[in-house]
Design a protein around this ligand. Structure first.
Ligand code: SF4
Ligand code: MG
Length: 320
């Protein structure tokens, strides 16, 4: 394939146990430098756990996550401390993730305090530079988070995430808590920063329209597993996995002609408990295309077309 294989983040096989609950099960994928990988799925499917496990904000129980060929999960405290600046997170709720008792300058400067020994003057210069980059007026430096709108608070969170020149940012539902009118502005800012700074994003969202806008490739999660991974356009135009087909059928088409012929696939039943996933395919209790084999054997996640991965017996040579 013509795709240049770049290596900054390889999230290998890892499992995250929350008590007995498998929130992330054998998830494995690669993120290419400079791309945006969208990670979609309903709430509770394990998206956020996956993002946090990659950054080692949670301890996965096994597996490998490589950034610039260094294994994040195997890293000792010192190595991890060296790697930390390269991988950052933008959180869903800027309100909850910003300390209300700290000024904007203190919030953005905190990572600089922890990881650099800049002089006061250089630190302030860097804080101003970061504020410029995210479109925050420098006059706001000594104000507190509650004095800002949700969109501005998210800009503060982004500035903080950028402070140490990261290469990889996990954006965990970065716009879900914002007014619809503000969402596009924040997404545009993220895209602009990506282009300017050469950032790589894992963009976690349940908003399939927004992911279609921002992502280069998209991974779909169900019950702690990635069940389909593909470049953006093929995934949206011709989803292969029945779960992806159902998810996308709920998204209104921008083109009125396409919208007229949109057929909504309504799934029956509830998402099973991750503590007690069904035998065979995780989706077999709700899949409109379920076959006998699906209740017996778990489909493997594998490449069915160049760059397209899916876990479903419909695309397995053994399907029958
Ligand atoms: Fe449906 Fe079977 Fe494919 Fe699972 S493996 S998604 S149950 S067709
Ligand atoms: Mg992009």
């Amino acid at each position: 394939s013509g795709l240049k294989m770049y290596f900054p983040i390889t999230a290998g096989v890892f499992r995250k146990h929350v008590g007995d609950v498998k929130a992330v099960d054998n998830v494995s994928f690669t993120i290419y430098e400079g791309e945006t990988l969208g990670l979609v799925g309903e709430s509770g499917c394990g998206k956020s756990t996956c993002g946090r496990a990659i950054l080692r904000l949670y301890e996965p129980t096994a597996g490998a996550v490589r950034i610039d060929s260094k294994d994040v999960l195997a890293a000792d405290a010192n190595t991890l401390r060296e790697m930390r600046p390269k991988m950052q997170m933008v959180f869903q709720d800027p309100q909850a993730s910003l300390n209300p008792r700290m000024t904007v300058a203190a919030i953005i400067g905190e990572p600089l305090d922890e990881h650099t020994s800049l002089s006061k003057k250089d630190k302030l210069a860097r804080i101003y530079e970061l504020m410029d980059q995210v479109g925050l007026n420098r006059d706001f430096a000594n104000r507190y988070p509650h004095e800002f709108s949700g969109g501005q608070r998210q800009r503060i969170g982004i500035a903080r995430a950028l402070a140490l020149n990261p290469t990889f940012i996990v954006c965990d539902e970065p716009i879900a808590a914002l007014d619809v009118s503000i969402q596009a502005q924040v997404v545009n800012l993220l895209e602009e920063l990506q282009d300017r700074l050469g950032l790589t994003y894992l963009f976690i969202s349940h908003d399939l329209s927004m992911v279609r806008h921002i992502a280069d490739r998209v991974a779909v999660m169900y019950l702690g597993q990635i069940i389909e991974l593909a470049p953006r356009d093929p995934l949206y135009l011709e989803p292969l996995h029945p779960y992806t087909q159902a998810l996308l059928s709920a998204v209104p088409e921008p083109d009125p002609e396409a919208e007229k012929s949109r057929r909504r696939i309504i799934l029956k039943g509830d998402v099973p408990s991750p503590a007690n996933p069904p035998k065979g395919c995780n989706f077999c209790t709700r899949c409109p295309k379920v076959m006998d084999i699906c209740r017996q054997i778990e489909p493997t996640f594998h490449e069915v077309q160049p760059g397209r991965y899916v876990a479903c017996h419909l695309y397995q040579e053994t399907a029958g």
